[in-house]
Ligand binder design. Structure first.
Ligand SMILES: [Zn+2]
Length: 106
């Protein structure tokens, strides 16, 4: 049954499911290989990137558009952002602002 689910999923949700448990990750890798954090969902109408789906797996880290990895905020700010486009820098800033907002449930 689990194998059938991995066969059904496209690479980005398969990565998310694979990261939920040590037994699932090898199954994901066998089916889909390494999936880059900037890969977009094939059948996701919103076309979210893998890094957006995995953000909650890395509490306290930000996705740095320059090196395309999750890093601490301090590390991101140390890295010269020379190759990322203006739009990516804007997205990075917006995601940080949203994460800094107090939770609405409190
Ligand atoms: Zn950065």
């Amino acid at each position: 049954m689990v194998l059938a689910i991995f066969d059904f999923l496209d690479p980005t949700p398969s990565t998310c499911l694979g990261m939920t448990c040590k037994a699932f990750y090898p199954i994901h890798r066998e089916r889909h290989g390494a999936v880059h954090l900037t890969t977009k969902g094939l059948y996701d109408p919103i076309k979210k990137c893998l890094w957006q789906l995995l953000r909650s797996f890395f509490p306290g880290l930000v996705f740095c558009f320059e090196i395309k990895k999750f890093v601490t905020l301090e590390r991101c700010e140390e890295i010269p952002h020379v190759s990322s486009f203006g739009l990516e820098r804007l997205q990075e800033s917006i995601f940080r602002m949203v994460e800094d907002l107090p939770s609405r449930s409190s």
